[in-house]
Design a protein around this ligand. Structure first.
Ligand code: ATP
Ligand code: ZN
Length: 286
């Protein structure tokens, strides 16, 4: 029997769209809508389970799903035994401690004897133990950020990305206890057949990730400046140079990394490059 790889992704919430998009960018077509618990891919041996993110580590540990997409925060809090596969580079956040704005917080000893509300009791307790602080950890499952305002707690430990939710609730972030990424995880003991399918999917994920960090750049260069312009361009091997119909000019094509992109574009202009076009890349197979 031909096996299918079973992937668990979030049914709705902050990771849902990114997870579905990633599969789509990997060329995997998911047929059923998300109203179902389960969907199948039409063009890859993949079955997709839509779950609450908190349940994903357990499903993967139990091999109900072979792989899953989940925040490291959820995985570490769950303490389930699964293996890390890949950093997926979307919806990153941090688990932080925040106190009321205006409180004078100079070190973690501020938290001694305080009441801290969180949905991450295990990770918070670990942090407090490491710092030798004894505080009351009050577990609540949602809307943690309102706890100090309604007198339920002195501080909170919650997920933060932009910090705007904290700000709106009159809180200030004072400690980061975990920098969390969205990751692909797998069951610790996959069959060889499933490992082979995962390798195939992972190859696509890596090429999509790589493409996102890079741009395809086309520009026109006067031939007498070509050397200088080419030296500015890294490219995958070396840039492609084609003669233009207009004598004395060439078209140069190359790939630039996001981190160095603007710097290089500026220098290219200074060197006399014209008509610079920047195009997104869908896949990069190296
Ligand atoms: P579910 O119904 O699946 O249990 P949820 O309400 O627990 O959903 P979401 O708020 O959708 O979860 O967050 C899912 C994940 O998104 C988090 O576990 C975290 O890894 C990531 N994330 C990124 N930014 C944030 C943020 N600002 N706040 C909360 N989670 C974030
Ligand atoms: Zn959840």
């Amino acid at each position: 029997m031909d096996q299918k790889l079973k992937i668990a992704i979030q049914r709705s919430g902050r990771l849902h769209e990114g997870s579905v998009n990633l599969l789509h960018e990997c060329g995997v077509n998911i047929m059923n809508g998300v109203n179902k618990l389960k969907a199948e891919a039409s063009n890859f041996p993949l079955e997709v389970y839509f779950l609450r993110d908190d349940d994903i580590p357990q499903y993967v540990e139990d091999a109900v799903a072979d792989i899953g997409i989940v925040g490291e925060n959820v995985l570490l809090e769950s303490r389930k035994k699964v293996a890390f596969v890949e950093d997926l580079a979307f919806a990153a956040c941090r688990l932080s401690i925040a106190v009321k704005r205006g409180e004078k917080y100079t070190s973690s000893s501020f938290l001694q004897g305080k009441k801290i509300a969180t949905s991450y009791p295990y990770l918070l307790q670990n942090f407090l133990d490491e710092k030798g602080i004894s505080a009351e950890v009050h577990e609540i499952s949602g809307s943690v950020e309102i706890a100090p305002g309604i007198g339920l707690a002195d501080a909170i430990c919650d997920l933060v990305s932009s910090g705007s939710t904290l700000f709106m609730n009159g809180l200030q972030e004072v400690e980061t206890i975990l920098e969390s990424r969205t990751i692909l995880i797998k069951h610790q003991d996959l069959s060889n057949e499933k490992e082979a399918l995962l390798t195939k999917l992972l190859f696509r994920i890596k090429s999509v990730k790589k493409a996102k960090n890079n741009k395809y750049v086309l520009l026109n260069a006067p031939n007498d400046r070509l050397d200088r312009i080419i030296r500015l361009l890294p490219g995958m091997k070396s840039p492609t140079v084609l003669p233009l119909a207009e004598a004395g000019w060439s078209s140069v094509h190359s790939v630039l990394n996001e981190d160095e992109f603007w710097d290089i574009i500026e220098q290219l202009k200074l060197c006399g490059a014209q008509g610079i076009l920047v195009v997104p890349i869908e896949n990069m197979i190296l």
